[in-house]
Design a protein around this ligand. Structure first.
Ligand code: NAX
Length: 324
């Protein structure tokens, strides 16, 4: 039996975690032979609800779960954590401007970044799901100076999976036939789902779909998918977000099957401003991710990639004073 790994989840009484925690506990993230210790963080008013989640986790009698810690103290939640999934965030309230939202979340993610810095395993891998995910990840990493900024990532996998699913449906193929999907930039409506390098069943996607569908249907559908789910379900994506978080962490830890999209600190690749948390095409192997280099970028793609980069620069500028 392997030694257990410690997995911190924040916002653990929320709707994403209600799917995420159970799937991690059942072995979906790190495999059926990897015992886990769940370290669940909530804010104080949600501790009673979190207690209910813990009761249900216990009632599942998961063979892989060695222990469950439920706390409202980030220093306890991140203690020796090997993985952290930062899901909890401040939602946009009535009358709240984008800047207010960025600042409210900056306060949360600076505290959590510091707690990770001070308490977590030196090899921790962090995924930020809570929105605005990319800039929250930047804030957390800036507040963890003893760790490598590359240990902090933002979730773009839901967008990536949405894009694959849309293309598979359009071409009448299965999602497993879709390769080299890329979503660039920010997890927001400026994200750029790019079919330039994509193949379906070995054929170039651009040979299978019309340009008009790509520009005027596919791209906006992927960009607006979150809003469409809210409209249909009356609540934001939860099970699909949890599934994407599992995909992201599993691939990072155990290796990816080809290209996946991850929000990571830009190193200037593809002309993107260094430092911002930008979604790139990556491949994961041996517990590490690496940006796929050398892809051709045409004028249309360049414009889209720069627009989403510009938004991330503006988000960073709005919280510059909180970057530690
Ligand atoms: P919920 O409102 O259901 O749950 C959030 C939970 O976080 C609440 O229980 C709340 O008490 C807790 N929380 C708030 N501040 C906290 C803090 N400082 N420490 C610990 N816990 C805290 O939201 P849910 O639907 O689970 O969504 C969570 C976040 O994911 C939101 O920010 C949402 O916008 C974001 N999403 C990000 C996605 C992505 O692709 N990156 C997609 C799905 C989702 O929209």
């Amino acid at each position: 039996m392997k030694d257990p790994v410690r997995i911190a989840i924040t916002g653990a009484a929320g709707q994403i975690s209600y799917s995420l925690a159970f799937r991690i506990a059942s072995g979906d993230m790190l495999g059926p032979d990897q015992p886990v210790i769940l370290q669940l963080l909530e804010i104080t008013p949600a501790m009673e609800a979190l207690n209910g989640v813990v009761m249900e986790l216990n009632d599942c009698a998961f063979p892989l779960v060695q222990d469950i810690v439920a706390t409202d103290d980030p220093n306890v939640a991140f203690k020796d954590a090997d993985f952290a999934l930062l899901v909890g965030a401040r939602p946009r309230g009535p009358g709240m401007e984008r800047k207010d939202l960025l600042e409210a979340n900056a306060a949360i993610f600076s505290v959590q970044g510091k707690a990770i810095n001070d308490n977590a395993s030196r090899d921790i891998r962090v995924l930020v799901v809570g929105n605005p995910a990319n800039t929250n990840a930047l804030i957390a990493s800036c507040n963890a100076p003893d760790l490598d900024s590359g240990q902090f990532t933002a979730m773009m996998r839901l967008d990536h999976n949405r894009a694959k699913s849309q293309l598979a449906q359009k071409t009448g193929k299965h999602v497993t036939d879709v390769e080299n999907m890329i979503v660039w930039g920010n997890h927001s409506a400026t994200q750029y789902p790019d079919l330039s390098h994509c193949t379906v069943d070995g054929k170039a996607a651009f040979d299978l779909v019309e340009r008009d569908w790509y520009e005027n249907d596919f791209i906006p559908t992927v960009q607006q998918r979150g809003a469409a789910i809210i409209k249909a379900r009356g609540a934001s994506s939860a099970a699909s977000a949890a599934s994407a978080a599992i995909d992201h962490m599993r691939d990072w830890a155990l290796g990816s099957d080809g290209i996946v999209s991850m929000g990571i600190p830009s190193d200037g690749s593809y002309g993107v401003e260094p430092g911002i948390m930008y979604s790139y095409p990556v491949k994961c192997q041996g517990g590490k991710y690496e940006i796929v280099q050398g892809l051709e970028v045409d004028e249309f793609s360049r414009g889209r990639m720069q627009a989403t980069e510009q938004e991330l620069r503006e988000e960073r500028a709005a919280v510059e004073h909180l970057l530690g």
